[in-house]
Design a protein around this ligand. Structure first.
Ligand code: F6P
Length: 474
């Protein structure tokens, strides 16, 4: 079995003393790395005055971790700048929020080049390399320029937009050309795969060979949807154990007999938080008998706070929240509870289990694992109802949720009303097939499927043409 090298912007090193459990993705990658005696390479999360050109190596069991520090200029231009002020909004269809700067783009390419140089010194000829996410799109191209011929795969965790949207970003065609240095590109949904293929064909003249294969000159790349899953047993177990956690007990007491509606997101404009609060407001206006009988809890840990658009969102959320609670609150009842604290995942799971409705309404999302966690945390005998945005990748798998357009406040308000009034038999009827899908397509299934595809040989053009022109079997 070849050794696996995982590369991602953030690296999750197992820490037995950590207060919050590692995310499902970190658990799955650790599993695959252990079974391949692998190496995980990426940013240490630290800024150093004079970062070394060589990674710090940490050994944990059979897995090695190789960590790079960044200078503050590199962090600013590569991470906060190009990745999170230009690529992130564009990939989430928010071209009005995209702030391109040549200096940031140069910093993004510079960090990718320096990561490639540091990584090349650690890679063996038969290693398989798996790169993650939009921070590192040019990495394979940089590694190829250093002479590496290893199999290299890339997984894109966020949406891939249409050519009309991505084409607005300066430099996007160079990124598309750089993609062609991967052997396999995984995206979350068939819609993302179709968009990526159309970008490559329309913008840089790649030739589609089959629905999952494109060529440009002598380069061939496969594109496939691999919907990322969650660690079903781990999350379920955590949610059950945390049922007696102080925070969950307090929430249960504070709720009294009220129904709980829950939402959990990073504080990010792609998640539609102010729009969701306004939809809840619309629900209370349209259904006045529900006032005082329902509480909406929005957990939104602060994220990327040094990026101006995130600071602006934080102000907008605070204003919307204050206005709605001021207009509709009553002595003894606050309609929306809001916190930017990051709670342990198990506590969130227990709160999901306590809630009657999970409100997952991003304006655009690659997958949205919170939707999956909400389903998995439910009591099979009395499950809550998931309301899910049609623009989350998860909607492709969780069609039994109440699917809504997150920008249509009346539609979301009506879905909240329907969810709160839904019979037990209907709730169970909807929950069971979603749970079955999530159990089958869990995070280990996802990692195994990607690795199987990456290590599979792509036929060379001559071999393929011969096969395509061969006479059909008699
Ligand atoms: O979902 C995309 C993503 O970049 C993940 O890779 C990451 O875990 C998450 O968003 C949080 O973002 P950041 O690493 O910028 O805090």
């Amino acid at each position: 079995m070849p050794r696996l090298v995982v590369v991602s912007n953030r690296v999750s090193i197992p820490d037995p003393a950590a207060k919050t459990a590692a995310g499902g993705l970190a658990v799955a990658l650790k599993d695959v790395l252990e079974s391949h005696r692998g190496l995980w390479f990426g940013w240490s999360g630290k800024v150093a005055a004079q970062p070394s050109l060589h990674p710090t190596i940490i050994e944990k069991g059979s897995v090695q971790y190789a960590l790079m520090d960044l200078s503050s200029q590199d962090r600013q231009e590569y991470y906060s700048g190009f990745a999170n002020r230009a690529l992130w909004p564009t990939m989430h269809y928010r071209i009005g929020l995209s702030e391109f700067s040549r200096a940031d783009y140069a910093g993004y390419l510079r960090v990718n080049r320096s990561f490639a140089r540091a990584l090349a010194g650690l890679v063996r000829p038969d290693d398989v390399i798996w790169v993650h996410d939009y921070h590192l799109i040019p990495l394979a191209s940089e590694l190829r320029q250093l002479g590496l011929q290893n199999r290299i795969g890339y997984f894109h965790h966020i949406p891939w937009p249409s050519p009309e949207v991505l084409g607005t970003l300066p430099g996007s065609n160079d990124l598309l050309r750089a993609m062609m240095d991967y052997d396999l590109v995984g995206v979350q949904t068939d819609r993302d795969a179709d968009n990526l293929r159309r970008n490559l064909v329309q913008e840089i003249g790649a030739t589609p060979r089959r629905s999952d294969l494109v060529e440009l000159g002598d380069k061939r790349m496969r594109i496939k949807g691999f919907p990322v899953g969650i660690d079903v047993e781990g999350f379920q177990g955590g949610a059950l154990r945390a049922g007696s956690h102080r925070l969950v007990r307090q929430a249960r007491e504070a709720l009294d007999s009220r129904s709980l509606i829950m939402a959990v997101d990073r504080l990010d404009y792609s998640k539609g938080i102010p729009e969701r609060m306004e939809a809840f407001e619309r629900f209370l206006i349209n259904n006045p008998e529900q006032r005082g009988r329902v509480t909406f809890l929005q957990v939104a840990p602060t994220s990327r706070a040094d990026v101006p658009e995130y600071a602006q969102l934080s102000r907008q959320v605070n204003e919307t929240l204050g206005r709605i609670n001021g207009d509709l609150g009553e002595p003894g009842w606050v309609p929306i509870h809001y916190t930017t604290s990051a709670y342990p995942r198990s506590v969130l799971g227990a709160l999901f289990r306590l809630s009657r409705v999970g409100l997952v309404t991003p304006l655009r999302d690659g997958m949205n694992l919170v939707a999956k966690e909400y389903v998995v945390a439910q009591d099979p005998a009395d499950p809550g109802v998931l309301i899910l945005s049609k623009f989350a990748g998860a909607a492709q798998q969780l069609g039994e949720a109440l699917i809504v357009n997150p920008s249509d406040k009346v539609e979301v308000a009506d879905a909240i009303r329907d969810a709160l009034g839904m019979s037990l038999s209907e709730r169970i009827r909807r929950w069971r097939p979603m749970m079955a899908t999530l159990k089958t397509c869990d995070v280990r299934w996802w990692a195994d499927a990607f690795m199987r595809e990456l290590t599979r040989r792509t036929p060379a053009p001559a071999e393929r043409e011969a096969r395509e022109h061969a006479a059909p079997p008699a």
